[in-house]
Ligand binder design. Structure first.
Ligand SMILES: Cc1ncc(COP(=O)(O)O)c(C=O)c1O
Length: 397
């Protein structure tokens, strides 16, 4: 049988199991409500557009202006002739925002994460990662192990005893690196950052935190998990995305000491062998950072909306995973049920995605709701009504 026939059979099996992902096409800008092809207006409850900046005029205009000033793109990798002044400005703004000395942009947070570990570890070093870390961190650690022959381990999710024990078992490793998400995207749980920092200090490790779901989201002014816990400036390395709260286009970054960012320029393979972030995207992200700094009330509104929705969905009879972030996952069990719930909600004008295995553990499929500052109370009330109706049809309520 040919490869492509086998692939078609895999697709058919996914369809039979009710776990095939159908793409929905959006005809206009991302926002609290979008125009979906074939459906008309729907309320979006599955976007990472946490601050509603994807269609903020200042953010869009900055991209348009950069397109005029810099043209379409870099047409080169960065060190050859692919760096624009807007990259430098963006990186300075990102470093200021997350509380580090410097930062280095990448075309995605996936790219940034994947670049980091193989560049900073050597044979004999020890890298330890939370069991629920994002796939890009997992792949980064795997890549580092394959390239450098470093030693790796996974600690049980948020289990500080397990983390400490495994670090102690590798005490003699020259470099010890702890990788954690700031906010775990499928749970909406916040990392125990103060404990992790303490353990790192005591065990001689450095902390790398992916704050993709926390940048623009956590802390009074949206600076992320470190601000949330009052430890801004204490995390050794932060990675994050520009594809969520900060405008939502694409892009990611590594933030930390200037020497680290310079080494990433010198040695990280995605910098050496792949084009830089398009200047339009860099300019929009820069405008998004400035907008967030100038409008802390957006972050307050996001926090208020998240609290409001969490209470309302519980009141309606659902049991979301507890938490304090705008990610509100509702566990339904089997993957097919999560997808059915998502389809029923779409029929009721609410766009929210169901996630199942292998994105989340078997039997813990969920509908993951994500609240935005762009939602009005009317939007959120309409979502809760749709959930009640869909939940009854699906037999969840
Ligand atoms: C925790 C985390 N890290 C990294 C990424 C990748 O972000 P990007 O879209 O910028 O590659 C995501 C996106 O889902 C994420 O949730």
């Amino acid at each position: 049988m040919s490869l492509f026939t086998e692939l078609q059979q895999e697709l058919d099996a996914l369809k039979d199991a009710g776990t095939y992902k159908r793409l929905n096409y959006i005809e206009g800008p991302q926002g609290a409500r979008v125009q979906m092809e074939g459906r008309g207006e729907v309320i979006v409850l599955s976007s990472n557009n946490y601050l509603g900046l994807a269609n903020e005029p200042a953010v869009v205009e900055a991209g348009v202006e950069a397109l005029r000033q810099f043209g379409a793109g870099t047409a080169s990798v960065r060190f050859i002739c692919g760096t624009f002044t807007v990259h430098r400005e963006l990186e300075a703004a990102l470093a200021r925002f997350v509380g580090t000395e410097a930062s280095m942009s990448y075309v995605s947070a996936w790219n940034a994460n994947e670049a980091l570990t193989p560049t900073i570890v050597r044979e004999g070093d020890f890298v330890i990662s939370d069991a629920l870390n994002h796939a890009s961190i997992i792949d980064s650690v795997r890549l580092a192990k394959a390239i450098t022959k470093c030693t790796t381990a996974v600690y049980k999710h948020a289990d500080m005893d397990d983390l400490r024990e495994k670090l102690r078992a590798h005490q003699s490793a020259p470099r010890k690196i702890i990788w954690t998400d700031g906010v775990f995207s499928m749970e909406g749980a916040i990392a125990k950052l103060p404990d992790i920092l303490q353990i790192a200090r005591e065990e001689g490790a450095i902390v790398v935190m992916d704050d993709s779901h926390a940048t623009g989201v956590l802390g009074k002014t949206g600076r992320g998990t470190a601000e949330h816990f009052g430890v801004l400036g204490e995390v050794d390395i932060i990675t994050s995305t520009l594809g969520k709260a900060l405008g939502g286009a694409a892009g990611g970054f590594i933030a930390g000491p200037a020497a680290l960012c310079d080494i990433m320029t010198q040695r990280s393979r995605p910098q050496l062998f792949s084009n830089a972030l398009p200047p339009t995207v860099a300019a929009s992200a820069l405008a998004a950072v400035r907008y967030t700094e100038a409008h802390p009330e957006l972050v307050t509104r996001l926090h208020d909306n998240a609290r409001y929705f969490r209470a309302a969905i519980q009141e309606a009879g659902f049991k979301p995973l507890p938490g304090e972030t705008p990610i509100v996952p509702i566990i339904v069990g089997e993957t097919a049920l999560a997808i059915r719930m998502s389809n029923l909600l779409l029929e009721r004008g609410v766009f929210v995605t169901g996630f199942g295995f292998p994105v989340v553990p078997k039997g813990e499929a969920r509908v993951r709701c994500q609240v935005s500052a762009a939602h009005t109370r009317t939007d959120l009330d309409a979502v809760v009504e749709a959930f009640k109706s869909a939940g009854k049809v699906a037999g969840i309520l």
